[in-house]
Design a protein around this ligand. Structure first.
Ligand code: PHE
Length: 466
């Protein structure tokens, strides 16, 4: 393939036109739209609370600056070099490696259904606030009884998936991207405002200390695994999404500065979300470890109480606005997940966009139902001690994504050669960075990720207690 050809408009494998990003800003915004979502606002804070606060934060930042930037650079560069989406990028270099493309495709198929279940929870909170019932949402037990009820979570889940489907079906992602230029900054500003306010509430300082000061006695292999899985999830890595994004990127845009900006944005919002939620959870629970370890409900339990403390009118408006913006952030991520699966079906099986989208829509609805019911009707079912939703989350983030990441490193480090991507990144002449990249891809990333993966799987199976 002529590497210097203009990839702005390109033929995909099924002969469909590939649109390109008009410039680096467009690329960064779209990639950030995929990266910033529930992972930052919902998942990061509850993991940080659960895995020791400051120590989790420290491990996460170190991993983001090393593993995160190396893997993201590698994926984007691989995509731009080959001009292909994940499913064919690997095989276009080495046909035998087509299995890795398929493995990449499995990850979004697992994530999308349960991601949409959480998206549905956010919708419920939005409607509750919009209807002026913020006080009910802030009451103890609201979250638990909502997720345990049979119909409501299912309906909101279906609503969330349907909106995602409509956007993908009509191909109006561009419109969504445009609105994200306004709505994402609005979310950031509102989050900063709520954070500042929540830090003035009595009893939050203990939480701030817990969140920001690392306590090394809380360090464990589990902390590292949780942080690593979160890193992949939050940055949309290890599932081929960034490869696909890279394939749309123009040759004269800088990969390394794009990576820096996406990382900064994504990590910044996650850290901020933690600061908004964890100290508030501390203040309202008296800092009891049970509340902090309660998992997926943390954001939903802590935030309504913060909004409530504004008084019912202001709190109601702010809460409604906030959850609306969270829905938007979640939608941009869900769209990128669904779009990935749809384009794989189109490329692989030559399906029309419409048919592929309908298949993914129905599949997502069916797969999401057990995750949603796992907190109510099906709460008796535990998979390795986890609820159904937690199990899917574990399967994608703690098992499949690490496997994909290791294989990607092996592919680039030993099969295709690091030069495949290094030539694509513009550090030419910067030996130190190149050497760092090679050492990371060939040795550090695969070995460390493999160690973490093995220990995590053993511990989930109950063979090892970490
Ligand atoms: N990165 C997104 C988030 O933080 C989730 C996501 C994962 C989106 C994988 C696309 C692909 O919410």
């Amino acid at each position: 393939m002529d590497r210097n050809s203009n990839r702005n408009i390109e033929k995909g494998t099924a002969g469909k036109k590939r649109g390109g990003f008009t410039g680096r800003l467009g690329f960064v915004l779209a990639a950030a739209g995929s990266a910033v979502g529930l992972g930052n606002l919902w998942r990061f804070p509850y993991l940080a609370a659960k895995y020791g606060g400051g120590i989790f934060l420290l491990v996460y930042i170190v991993l983001a600056l090393t593993f995160g930037s190396v893997l993201m650079t590698a994926e984007i560069a691989l995509g731009r070099r080959t001009g292909q989406s994940a499913i064919s990028a690997f095989s276009s270099i080495r046909p035998k490696w087509s299995f890795l493309g398929i493995l990449c495709a499995v990850v979004p198929i697992i994530i999308l259904p349960y991601y949409s279940v959480i998206g549905g929870w956010v919708c419920e909170y939005f409607f509750t606030f919009a209807a002026g019932n913020g006080a009910a949402a802030a009451a103890d037990g609201f979250f638990e009884s909502f997720i345990a009820s049979p119909w409501k979570p299912l309906l909101f889940f279906a609503l969330f998936v349907s909106v995602t489907f409509l956007v993908v079906l009509f191909g109006v992602e561009k419109g969504v991207e445009k609105s994200s230029r306004i709505l994402m900054p609005a979310l950031v500003i509102l989050t900063i405002g709520v954070t500042v306010y929540s830090l003035t509430l009595p009893g939050t300082w203990e939480g701030v200390k817990y969140y920001l000061l690392p306590d090394f006695s809380r360090f464990s292999a589990k902390t590292v695994l949780a942080a690593l899985g979160q890193l992949f999830y939050s940055m949309s890595l290890a599932m081929g999404i960034m490869i696909t994004f890279g394939s749309y990127m123009k040759k004269d845009s800088s990969i390394s500065s794009s990576v820096r900006q996406i990382e900064l944005f994504d990590t910044g919002i996650a850290l901020l979300a933690g600061l908004m939620i964890i100290p508030a959870a501390f203040a309202f629970s008296g800092g009891s470890p049970e509340t902090l370890g309660q998992g997926p409900g943390l954001m939903f339990v802590a935030l309504p109480k913060v909004f409530q403390s504004f008084g019912s009118v202001t709190g109601g408006i702010l809460g409604g606005l906030f959850f609306a913006l969270v829905i938007f952030a979640a939608l941009t991520s869900a769209i990128s997940l669904m779009e990935t699966v749809v384009s794989i079906l189109m490329d692989k099986f030559g399906l029309s966009r419409r048919r592929a989208a309908v298949i993914v829509y129905i599949g997502t609805l069916l797969l999401g139902i057990p995750s949603s019911l796992g907190f109510g009707a099906l709460s008796g079912i535990r998979l390795f001690g986890m609820t159904i939703l937690d199990f899917f989350d574990f399967l994608s983030n703690s098992v499949l994504m690490p496997v994909v990441a290791i294989l990607t490193c092996v592919f680039l480090g030993y099969v295709a050669g690091c030069d495949t991507v290094l030539e694509e990144v513009e550090w030419t002449g910067r030996r130190r960075k190149e050497n760092f990249f090679r050492v990371m891809i060939r040795y550090v990333c695969p070995v460390c990720i493999a160690l973490i993966l093995v220990s995590s799987v053993l511990s989930a199976l109950g063979v090892l207690s970490l």
